[in-house]
Design a protein around this ligand. Sequence first.
Ligand SMILES: [Zn+2]
Length: 88
Amino acid sequence: MTDPLRVIGWFDAPDQQVPVHDPPHNGPCMVCGEPLAMPLKTVSLMYSENGPRKSYFYRAHSPCIDTPEKGFAADEKAFHTVDILMGA
Ligand SMILES: [Zn+2]
């Protein structure tokens, strides 16, 4: 199991410019687990208004999330990883 802190980053408020936690840029891809390299994408997780106030994001190789299906699967994995991070 990948350490959630190595794949998930977050902002505490919507207007923050610098993340409170920024996972290593050479950390594991959310999808394949291999070290990140260009081209890569940073993806913000969308929560409902009732969700956490922090805004979470993850990174993945662009080819790992280049279809809606792959992107959806990666988001699911990321939401699950955030749950682990929050001790759910
Ligand atoms: Zn990948």
